[in-house]
Design a protein. Structure first.
Length: 302
């Protein structure tokens, strides 16, 4: 139940529904017209808008459809019956899609209780790493796209990110008190100047620690000049950075080149991840400058 005193986004465009559900707007319109799956509100200029109940119903319909229910069959049921079918499915099968939807609804509604209940239910069945790897990492990737598309606000992104950070910090601390089992190199994790999206970097820190390495976590907005100091303390360093919005696509190759000139030597290398890595030119890459297209690829390479 949403407290009416909260200023929560409660009206969604069909594009918002597309972004949140992963179902194309064209398909949503077909489901709506042919099966009356949703009942949109229409503006004076006949533009479709949808409320929170419509969004929740669509997410439930998509989940049932993913598990083999035909749309024509789903359309025969009331919203209440659809919710019952969803609960039956998630008690019997993989809860990943349901959890993703629940986390998205928690984000949209600023609903801490829904976030913690969903998280704790997952943790009752899976390890912390499995929860993050299977559910939260895909959620983090979606959050970036939803923010970029304007479907969620910066406030909603910060709200869900903070809750996820809490869980990461608690579990990372458990690993930090252990002695490293692999001492051939040290990982230094940082974000470039003006880059503040550190959630993915925090998860990489957890994964590296889990693999037995020592990590030095420097966090957001670190100038290249400051990274030089690390060489005074460690012989073999792997720098790791996650580039979400900075450097920009116009500046990124110059940044990588500067990193190569100022930091890289025979005892150091760097691994870049994030949305901006697609703009890194092959000419500036080398054996000591690696680019990973996903967190999964990075973890597999550890």
């Amino acid at each position: 139940m949403i407290n009416s005193s909260y200023n929560v986004k409660s009206i969604f465009s069909i594009k918002d529904l597309e972004n949140l559900s992963g179902i194309k707007a064209h398909t949503i319109r077909i489901w709506e017209k042919r099966y009356n799956i949703l009942e949109p509100m229409r503006s004076d200029t006949n533009i479709r808008n949808y409320d929170l109940k419509s969004l929740q119903k669509l997410l439930n319909v998509v989940l049932l459809n993913d598990y083999g229910y035909k749309i024509s069959r789903i359309a025969e049921h009331s919203s209440e019956k659809i919710e019952i079918l969803v609960r039956e499915i998630i008690s019997e099968k993989n809860t990943k899609n349901h959890a993703l939807n629940a986390f998205k609804m928690a984000m949209i509604n600023f609903d801490q209780a829904l976030f913690f209940n969903t998280y704790n239910n997952l943790l009752a069945e899976k390890s912390f790493r499995d929860v993050f790897y299977e559910v939260v990492v895909p959620l983090m990737e979606e959050i970036g796209l939803l923010w970029q598309a304007g479907t969620i606000s910066p406030a909603q992104e910060h709200f869900i990110s903070f809750l996820i950070k809490q869980k990461l910090l608690l579990n990372t601390e458990k690993l930090q008190i252990l002695e490293p089992t692999r001492t051939d190199k040290v990982f230094v994790l940082y974000l470039p100047e003006n880059e503040i999206h550190e959630l993915a970097l925090m998860y990489l820190n957890y994964e590296i620690l889990l693999n037995g390495y020592k990590t030095i976590y420097l966090g957001e907005s670190v100038p290249i000049e400051s990274l030089k100091d690390m060489k005074k303390y460690f012989d073999t360093i792997v720098y790791v950075s996650y580039l979400t919005v900075e450097p920009t696509k116009e500046a990124i190759n110059g940044y990588v080149q500067e990193f190569k000139t100022e930091i890289i030597d025979e005892n150091s290398e760097v691994r870049f991840l994030g949305r901006m890595v697609e703009f890194i030119d092959n000419k500036v890459k080398s054996d000591q400058i690696q680019v990973f297209n996903s967190i999964a690829d990075f973890v597999e390479d550890l």
